[in-house]
Design a binder for this molecule. Sequence first.
Ligand code: UGA
Length: 436
Amino acid sequence: MSAAPDREPIGVIGTGYVGLVTAAGFAALGSDVYCVDIDEEKIRGLEAGRMPIWEPGLEELIAEHRERLHFSTELGPALERARLLFVAVGTPPTYSGDADLSAVHAVVDAMPASGRHALVMKSTVPVGTGESIERALAEHGKGFGYVACPEFLKEGAAVRDFMNPDRVVIGDGGGWAGDAVEALYAPLDAPIVRTDVKSAEMVKLASNAFLATKISFINEIANVCEETGADVVEVARGMGLDDRIGPKFLQAGIGFGGSCFPKDVTALKQLAGNSGYHFQLLNAVIEVNELQKRRVISKLQKHLGSLVGKEIALLGLAFKPNTDDMREASSLVLSSRLQGAGARVRAYDPVAEDEARKLISGVTFASSAAEAIDGADAIVLVTEWPEFRDLDLADAARSMRGSLLVDGRNFIDPDAARGAGLVYEAIGRPSRDGAG
Ligand code: UGA
């Protein structure tokens, strides 16, 4: 794709996953991008070429288009040079399950009166947020336009997702800003959904909730497969060929995590509840996911009996491969449950150790998979990092004290594992080593 010169400059407020990828992506498409963040250290680091997050391809993209990327803790340069200000600040869950909109409100409050700017909301917000922001902006005579433009990128594939979106959703109430956002995305040649602000907000929440539902559904099918002797991998393959179902997001495992699904499913459930509607299905989606993380414990106990004093090696800690993100990772619940049951936990993750150290206590960190496995009673594969595909299973079997491998992501070839002398347990696949 050739970068078009002289494209509309933009501001991006918030330099997290969404903000940085949006900034780098639009810079690659030819825009000057004025990035703003309140975190001085982050901005200083970005100016010096240091990435605050680990995301494949992002550092290279930023370096390649560095001359079009401007970083500041001040809003001034963005307001001066750009009409469109993309908002990509965090909206973490509160104790009630509602989204915490304080960072969004801080951005809105910081806006000066202006007849020529518009806010473009990338952050995931509850339905109705845009309406109340527009009202607040109007009441304070700020004259800002407003566009809801939710982001659908996946961590670990964020740059590719920016460049090849399945769709771009643009919600607005008419006016110049929606058209300007559409023009910015035009070079990507993606289907554009122009709609109203509330519907755009709902597309985002409903999409994440649907994907999470798909995962909890296949996880329950996996659990029934374990009871009945069917193989969930075969079942998913057969189901996925139906066009109406599709093959994606049918991988059974130890549950979904990350900064989005757990938060957005709860936020949608809460949003419905606050409006007087009881969203029953989402309750089940959340509960199934919680139970799924814990099922590994009973698999371990089935083979090892009591876990007191047992050495358990966790391979992978991040909530999925190709990211160092530990938010809501299944490994967090798993490592504390294991320690609660008296086991000693050692863990190895190729990238997420630093993030994991901030959240996990009592775990010994190993610097390689082999080191974690050495002397262990059991291995649990938690995150399907590609390097675990190349594990020397025979070596692993020799160096362990026990011989159990619980594959939480159905990632390892069962025959290869068994051929190497390991007792192999997966999720929703028949076990040939004893009951289940
Ligand atoms: C998700 C959505 O996929 C993005 O479209 C959305 O933009 C993003 O949330 C967001 O709202 O910001 P992400 O959380 O980065 O993206 O990760 P996914 O690749 O969707 O995986 C989420 C979790 O589901 C992971 O823990 C993964 O292991 C799990 N998963 C995924 C399964 O257990 N089975 C599957 O078949 C697929």
